[in-house]
Design a protein around this ligand. Sequence first.
Ligand code: SAM
Length: 224
Amino acid sequence: MEEIENQIEILITEDGSSSLRRKDLQEGYHSTFGAIAESRHIFIEAGLRKVGKLPEINILEIGFGTGLNAILTIEFANKENQSINYQTIEKYPLKKDIISQLNYGEILHLEEEFDKMHKFSWNETNELNPYFTIHKIDKPAEEIVYPKDFFHLIYFDAFAPQFEEKLWRKEVFENLFLSLKKGGILVTYCCKGEVKRMLKSSGFDIEKLPGPKGKREILRAIKS
Ligand SMILES: C[S@@+](CC[C@H](N)C(=O)[O-])C[C@H]1O[C@@H](n2cnc3c(N)ncnc32)[C@H](O)[C@@H]1O
Protein backbone atom coordinates (compact mmCIF):
# COMPACT_ATOMS: atom_id res chain seq x y z
CA MET A 1 0.00 0.00 0.00
CA GLU A 2 1.38 3.38 -0.92
CA GLU A 3 0.73 6.38 1.30
CA ILE A 4 -0.50 9.55 -0.34
CA GLU A 5 -2.26 11.27 2.59
CA ASN A 6 -0.25 14.48 2.53
CA GLN A 7 -1.04 14.87 -1.18
CA ILE A 8 -4.83 14.91 -0.69
CA GLU A 9 -7.03 17.96 -0.38
CA ILE A 10 -10.79 17.97 0.16
CA LEU A 11 -13.25 20.17 -1.73
CA ILE A 12 -16.99 20.66 -2.23
CA THR A 13 -18.29 20.30 -5.78
CA GLU A 14 -21.16 22.18 -7.44
CA ASP A 15 -23.93 19.78 -6.36
CA GLY A 16 -22.81 20.07 -2.71
CA SER A 17 -21.07 16.68 -2.61
CA SER A 18 -17.47 16.49 -1.51
CA SER A 19 -14.52 15.26 -3.52
CA LEU A 20 -10.76 14.94 -3.28
CA ARG A 21 -7.85 16.21 -5.27
CA ARG A 22 -4.31 14.84 -5.57
CA LYS A 23 -2.00 17.84 -5.23
CA ASP A 24 1.00 16.00 -6.67
CA LEU A 25 -0.92 15.03 -9.84
CA GLN A 26 -3.11 18.14 -9.99
CA GLU A 27 -5.95 15.70 -10.62
CA GLY A 28 -9.40 15.45 -9.02
CA TYR A 29 -11.23 12.26 -8.02
CA HIS A 30 -14.45 13.63 -9.57
CA SER A 31 -15.83 16.48 -11.63
CA THR A 32 -15.97 19.83 -9.84
CA PHE A 33 -19.44 20.25 -11.46
CA GLY A 34 -20.77 17.62 -9.03
CA ALA A 35 -19.21 14.40 -7.73
CA ILE A 36 -22.49 12.60 -7.02
CA ALA A 37 -24.10 13.90 -10.22
CA GLU A 38 -21.17 12.70 -12.31
CA SER A 39 -20.89 9.23 -10.75
CA ARG A 40 -24.64 8.65 -11.01
CA HIS A 41 -24.69 9.70 -14.65
CA ILE A 42 -21.74 7.58 -15.78
CA PHE A 43 -21.65 4.50 -13.58
CA ILE A 44 -25.21 4.04 -12.36
CA GLU A 45 -27.35 5.33 -15.24
CA ALA A 46 -25.11 4.47 -18.23
CA GLY A 47 -23.78 1.26 -16.64
CA LEU A 48 -25.77 -0.42 -13.89
CA ARG A 49 -29.21 0.56 -15.17
CA LYS A 50 -28.30 -0.80 -18.62
CA VAL A 51 -27.47 -4.28 -17.19
CA GLY A 52 -31.12 -4.87 -16.32
CA LYS A 53 -32.59 -7.09 -13.62
CA LEU A 54 -30.66 -10.29 -12.81
CA PRO A 55 -30.65 -12.71 -9.86
CA GLU A 56 -27.23 -11.26 -8.96
CA ILE A 57 -25.07 -8.63 -10.70
CA ASN A 58 -21.28 -9.01 -10.46
CA ILE A 59 -19.52 -5.65 -10.64
CA LEU A 60 -15.80 -4.88 -10.82
CA GLU A 61 -14.60 -1.37 -10.04
CA ILE A 62 -11.13 -0.15 -10.97
CA GLY A 63 -10.34 2.65 -8.48
CA PHE A 64 -12.39 2.46 -5.23
CA GLY A 65 -11.12 5.86 -4.00
CA THR A 66 -13.73 7.57 -1.83
CA GLY A 67 -16.26 4.76 -2.25
CA LEU A 68 -18.69 7.07 -4.05
CA ASN A 69 -19.49 4.63 -6.87
CA ALA A 70 -19.90 1.87 -4.29
CA ILE A 71 -22.33 3.82 -2.09
CA LEU A 72 -24.39 4.83 -5.16
CA THR A 73 -24.47 1.15 -6.13
CA ILE A 74 -25.65 0.28 -2.60
CA GLU A 75 -28.39 2.92 -2.95
CA PHE A 76 -29.44 1.27 -6.25
CA ALA A 77 -29.35 -2.26 -4.77
CA ASN A 78 -31.53 -1.20 -1.83
CA LYS A 79 -34.06 0.72 -3.93
CA GLU A 80 -34.36 -1.90 -6.69
CA ASN A 81 -34.12 -4.98 -4.41
CA GLN A 82 -31.24 -6.05 -6.64
CA SER A 83 -28.59 -8.40 -5.31
CA ILE A 84 -25.06 -7.13 -6.13
CA ASN A 85 -21.63 -8.66 -5.68
CA TYR A 86 -19.10 -5.79 -5.78
CA GLN A 87 -15.36 -6.23 -6.20
CA THR A 88 -13.24 -3.12 -6.10
CA ILE A 89 -9.55 -2.41 -6.54
CA GLU A 90 -7.54 0.46 -5.07
CA LYS A 91 -3.81 1.07 -5.22
CA TYR A 92 -3.83 3.96 -2.71
CA PRO A 93 -6.42 3.27 0.04
CA LEU A 94 -7.49 6.43 1.86
CA LYS A 95 -7.03 6.91 5.60
CA LYS A 96 -9.98 7.17 8.03
CA ASP A 97 -9.50 10.88 8.75
CA ILE A 98 -10.05 11.71 5.06
CA ILE A 99 -12.99 9.33 4.62
CA SER A 100 -14.69 10.80 7.70
CA GLN A 101 -14.75 14.23 5.99
CA LEU A 102 -16.71 12.98 2.95
CA ASN A 103 -20.42 13.86 2.98
CA TYR A 104 -21.87 11.10 0.72
CA GLY A 105 -23.42 9.08 3.55
CA GLU A 106 -25.15 12.16 4.87
CA ILE A 107 -26.45 13.37 1.47
CA LEU A 108 -27.71 9.93 0.44
CA HIS A 109 -29.06 9.08 3.91
CA LEU A 110 -26.78 6.05 3.97
CA GLU A 111 -24.39 7.07 6.76
CA GLU A 112 -24.34 3.69 8.44
CA GLU A 113 -23.71 1.86 5.16
CA PHE A 114 -20.94 4.30 4.15
CA ASP A 115 -19.12 3.82 7.48
CA LYS A 116 -19.57 0.08 7.46
CA MET A 117 -18.34 -0.31 3.90
CA HIS A 118 -15.16 1.65 4.68
CA LYS A 119 -14.54 -0.21 7.95
CA PHE A 120 -14.61 -3.64 6.28
CA SER A 121 -11.13 -5.17 6.04
CA TRP A 122 -9.34 -5.25 2.73
CA ASN A 123 -8.92 -8.49 0.79
CA GLU A 124 -11.92 -10.33 2.20
CA THR A 125 -15.57 -10.66 1.25
CA ASN A 126 -18.10 -8.91 3.48
CA GLU A 127 -21.88 -8.79 3.40
CA LEU A 128 -23.17 -5.27 3.99
CA ASN A 129 -26.83 -6.27 3.80
CA PRO A 130 -28.84 -9.01 2.05
CA TYR A 131 -28.51 -7.14 -1.28
CA PHE A 132 -24.89 -6.09 -1.22
CA THR A 133 -21.62 -7.99 -0.78
CA ILE A 134 -18.26 -6.23 -1.16
CA HIS A 135 -14.65 -7.37 -1.59
CA LYS A 136 -12.06 -4.56 -1.55
CA ILE A 137 -8.57 -5.34 -2.86
CA ASP A 138 -5.64 -3.03 -2.07
CA LYS A 139 -3.40 -3.77 -5.04
CA PRO A 140 -2.61 -2.17 -8.39
CA ALA A 141 -5.41 -3.20 -10.74
CA GLU A 142 -2.98 -4.04 -13.55
CA GLU A 143 -1.40 -6.78 -11.41
CA ILE A 144 -4.57 -8.69 -10.60
CA VAL A 145 -5.63 -11.92 -12.29
CA TYR A 146 -9.37 -11.54 -12.79
CA PRO A 147 -11.82 -14.43 -12.98
CA LYS A 148 -12.87 -15.24 -16.55
CA ASP A 149 -16.41 -14.80 -17.82
CA PHE A 150 -17.63 -13.52 -14.46
CA PHE A 151 -18.51 -9.81 -14.34
CA HIS A 152 -21.64 -8.23 -15.81
CA LEU A 153 -20.30 -4.71 -15.41
CA ILE A 154 -16.98 -2.89 -14.97
CA TYR A 155 -16.66 0.65 -13.65
CA PHE A 156 -13.34 1.79 -15.10
CA ASP A 157 -12.69 4.80 -12.88
CA ALA A 158 -8.92 5.17 -12.71
CA PHE A 159 -7.10 8.49 -12.92
CA ALA A 160 -6.62 9.75 -16.47
CA PRO A 161 -4.19 7.94 -18.83
CA GLN A 162 -1.41 10.54 -18.38
CA PHE A 163 -1.35 9.78 -14.59
CA GLU A 164 -1.91 6.01 -14.57
CA GLU A 165 -0.33 4.96 -17.82
CA LYS A 166 0.07 1.33 -16.66
CA LEU A 167 -3.68 0.92 -16.41
CA TRP A 168 -4.75 2.33 -19.75
CA ARG A 169 -3.04 -0.37 -21.74
CA LYS A 170 -4.27 -2.88 -24.26
CA GLU A 171 -3.19 -5.88 -22.06
CA VAL A 172 -5.33 -4.52 -19.23
CA PHE A 173 -8.38 -4.05 -21.46
CA GLU A 174 -7.88 -7.53 -22.95
CA ASN A 175 -7.91 -9.02 -19.44
CA LEU A 176 -10.99 -7.03 -18.51
CA PHE A 177 -12.69 -8.18 -21.72
CA LEU A 178 -12.02 -11.81 -20.74
CA SER A 179 -13.33 -11.21 -17.22
CA LEU A 180 -16.70 -10.02 -18.55
CA LYS A 181 -19.60 -12.27 -19.43
CA LYS A 182 -20.97 -12.11 -22.96
CA GLY A 183 -23.08 -8.95 -23.17
CA GLY A 184 -21.07 -7.46 -20.29
CA ILE A 185 -20.48 -3.71 -20.10
CA LEU A 186 -17.51 -1.48 -19.26
CA VAL A 187 -18.19 2.19 -18.58
CA THR A 188 -15.66 4.98 -18.28
CA TYR A 189 -15.57 8.76 -18.27
CA CYS A 190 -12.60 8.79 -20.65
CA CYS A 191 -13.38 9.25 -24.34
CA LYS A 192 -9.85 9.71 -25.71
CA GLY A 193 -9.15 8.33 -29.20
CA GLU A 194 -6.37 6.07 -27.95
CA VAL A 195 -8.67 4.54 -25.30
CA LYS A 196 -11.39 3.91 -27.88
CA ARG A 197 -8.87 2.22 -30.19
CA MET A 198 -7.54 -0.03 -27.39
CA LEU A 199 -11.05 -1.02 -26.34
CA LYS A 200 -12.02 -1.85 -29.92
CA SER A 201 -8.88 -3.88 -30.57
CA SER A 202 -9.48 -5.77 -27.29
CA GLY A 203 -12.82 -6.94 -28.69
CA PHE A 204 -15.31 -4.38 -27.38
CA ASP A 205 -18.03 -2.61 -29.34
CA ILE A 206 -18.06 0.96 -28.15
CA GLU A 207 -20.65 3.70 -28.00
CA LYS A 208 -20.24 7.34 -27.06
CA LEU A 209 -22.96 8.73 -24.79
CA PRO A 210 -23.62 12.29 -23.65
CA GLY A 211 -21.59 13.12 -20.56
CA PRO A 212 -22.61 14.78 -17.28
CA LYS A 213 -22.34 18.55 -16.85
CA GLY A 214 -18.90 19.76 -17.95
CA LYS A 215 -18.11 16.66 -20.00
CA ARG A 216 -19.24 16.26 -23.60
CA GLU A 217 -19.05 12.47 -23.92
CA ILE A 218 -18.48 9.27 -21.98
CA LEU A 219 -17.84 5.71 -23.18
CA ARG A 220 -19.79 2.51 -22.87
CA ALA A 221 -18.05 -0.60 -24.19
CA ILE A 222 -19.90 -3.87 -24.69
CA LYS A 223 -18.68 -7.45 -25.05
CA SER A 224 -21.17 -8.41 -27.76
C1 SAM B 1 -10.73 9.10 -10.49
S1 SAM B 1 -10.36 8.42 -8.92
C2 SAM B 1 -11.94 7.69 -8.66
C3 SAM B 1 -12.13 6.93 -7.44
C4 SAM B 1 -13.49 6.41 -7.03
N1 SAM B 1 -14.18 5.65 -8.02
C5 SAM B 1 -14.30 7.44 -6.32
O1 SAM B 1 -15.47 7.60 -6.67
O2 SAM B 1 -13.79 8.07 -5.41
C6 SAM B 1 -9.23 7.12 -9.38
C7 SAM B 1 -8.84 6.14 -8.29
O3 SAM B 1 -8.01 5.12 -8.86
C8 SAM B 1 -6.98 4.81 -7.92
N2 SAM B 1 -5.87 4.21 -8.63
C9 SAM B 1 -4.85 4.85 -9.25
N3 SAM B 1 -4.03 3.95 -9.83
C10 SAM B 1 -4.54 2.73 -9.60
C11 SAM B 1 -4.13 1.42 -9.95
N4 SAM B 1 -3.05 1.20 -10.66
N5 SAM B 1 -4.89 0.38 -9.52
C12 SAM B 1 -6.01 0.60 -8.77
N6 SAM B 1 -6.43 1.83 -8.41
C13 SAM B 1 -5.71 2.88 -8.82
C14 SAM B 1 -6.68 6.17 -7.32
O4 SAM B 1 -5.96 6.08 -6.12
C15 SAM B 1 -8.07 6.75 -7.15
O5 SAM B 1 -8.62 6.35 -5.94
